[in-house]
Design a binder for this molecule. Structure first.
Ligand code: NAI
Ligand code: MG
Length: 351
């Protein structure tokens, strides 16, 4: 097979971790005999400073023919964060119907959890976040600005189509894991309409999966359980806001931002899906060559899995865990490896 992949390195350490990812991808393509056509796009805050926009007006059309997009990070100190988010990431996620944001949480060999006494056997779950609607809507407004009648309204939008498809994806994903256990994040005791609706659709969709063990927790206690009982979880599904919170908390218990990967999936494959490390452009360490490339490598594993090259992805993660297991870590994890030296070690244990 031949894969067309769009690369958007973006800003800061995105420009360091994506080249590292390209190196391992090229080795894997040779070893596992698949074709790769990589096309790089300059969309970024640097591009914004030159052109006044994060990507050209036809940027999405340019990306449309690709099977996958591999993105580093966007963001720069002199560009407001909402510009990079609303000018690039959200249009891609929404126009390409990437309605699942998938974040695996697994404690890798050789990496220690901030939770005392927890090992790899305790921390291995997936957070499935709704990625296109819910609490993150631009419906709402402000009236009587600056007066004592000032009023602000922000609407949440939950559609049957949007809720059902993300829950169904979570069910299918959980059915393919040994534990077959799905947890729903809710808050139907406090949020009057949308969360009872979420619960209702959770019951309706999971009814199609009699072999699945299902439970639900309110988001407040669920965050506590992530810390106190990470071993309770297998697949966890949540709305856009709850999923956002859980998908930062999850990786934090498994070694932090330098290792956390994510996928934005258009499950039906009508549009490209996007794979990206969870971290940002890290201006504080950009240019020093010390960024941890694991989050990018793991995102590449998710991409290969999605493309149908699971063995190549598995080989990549096995190589990463061989290196971390041998004690070679980048600075963020207390080691002294650079982006390049770590990448070379991974490539060395691949072949
Ligand atoms: P950040 O993730 O860039 O950095 C947070 C901290 O983690 C920093 O101390 C950084 O040095 C460290 N860090 C992050 N990734 C690392 C890696 N791979 N290896 C070693 N250390 C790493 O988050 P921050 O500082 O809040 O945001 C910086 C910029 O990135 C902002 O402009 C923000 O908007 C943008 N951003 C972009 C994202 C994206 O493109 N999806 C996601 C998050 C933030
Ligand atoms: Mg977030």
């Amino acid at each position: 097979m031949d894969y067309q992949i769009a690369l958007i390195p973006g800003d800061g350490i995105g420009r360091e971790v994506i080249p590292a990812g390209v190196k391992v991808l090229e080795v894997l393509a040779k070893e596992f005999q698949f074709g790769l056509q990589l096309t790089e796009f300059p969309f970024s805050c640097a591009y914004y400073r030159q052109h006044g926009e994060m990507m050209p007006a036809d940027g999405l059309e340019q990306l449309r023919p690709f099977q996958a997009i591999l993105l580093g990070a966007v963001g720069a100190p002199n560009v407001a964060d909402h510009v990079s988010l609303w000018g690039l990431l959200l249009p891609i996620r929404r126009q390409f119907e990437q309605y699942v944001n998938l974040r695996p949480v697994r404690l890798l060999n050789g990496i220690s959890s901030p939770l005392a006494g927890r090992t790899a056997a305790d921390i291995d779950f997936l957070v499935v976040r709704e990625n296109t609607e819910g609490e993150y809507s631009d419906i709402g407004g402000r009236l009587f600005t600056g007066t004592d009648r000032e009023v602000v309204v922000q609407e949440s939008v939950f559609t049957r189509k949007g809720v059902d498809r993300v829950i169904r994806f979570a069910c299918e994903t959980a059915m393919n894991r040994p534990a077959r256990h799905l947890t729903s994040a809710t808050k139907s005791n406090g949020i009057r309409f949308t969360m009872p609706y979420w619960d209702e659709r959770f019951r309706a969709v999971t009814a199609d999966y009699p072999d699945l063990r299902c439970d639900q927790f309110h988001i407040d206690i669920l965050t506590a359980h992530f810390v106190q009982h990470p071993d309770w979880f297998d697949v966890v599904v949540g709305s856009n806001l709850f999923g956002d919170i859980l998908s930062d908390l999850g990786p934090a218990v498994a070694g932090g931002i330098g290792v956390a990967p994510s996928a934005n999936l258009n499950v039906e494959r009508e549009f490209p899906s996007m794979f990206e490390p969870v971290h940002g452009s890290a201006p504080d360490i950009a240019g020093q060559g010390v960024a941890n490339p694991i989050a990018t490598f793991w995102s590449i594993q998710m991409m290969l899995d999605f493309l149908g090259e699971a063995p190549a992805g598995a080989a990549l993660m096995a190589a990463v865990e061989k290196v971390t297991g041998d004690g070679f870590l980048t600075r963020d994890l207390g080691g002294s490896e650079t982006t390049d030296s770590f990448t070379e070690r991974v490539i060395g244990s691949l072949s």
